[in-house]
Design a protein. Structure first.
Length: 69
């Protein structure tokens, strides 16, 4: 009896999910490509910034250790 209840709930969930997906306003290929490139560009900028910051702090700490010896 319970297996049937779980199965009917699963089927109902899938039907409702499918109906909701039909309502989604999907972006065009051009919009998706633009947003993807934007995310990649911003990610690269952050990677460069954090790499530069990390290297600067590393060199600064090395110099501080040398000064304290």
């Amino acid at each position: 009896m319970q297996d049937n209840t779980y199965m009917s709930k699963l089927i109902n969930y899938l039907k409702v999910s499918y109906l909701e997906l039909k309502k989604v306003d999907w972006p065009s290929r051009k919009q998706a490509t633009h947003h993807t490139m934007l995310v990649i560009g911003i990610s690269l900028l952050f990677a460069i910034f954090f790499s530069f910051t990390d290297k600067t702090l590393e060199l600064g700490l090395k110099e501080l250790v040398v000064l304290l010896k």
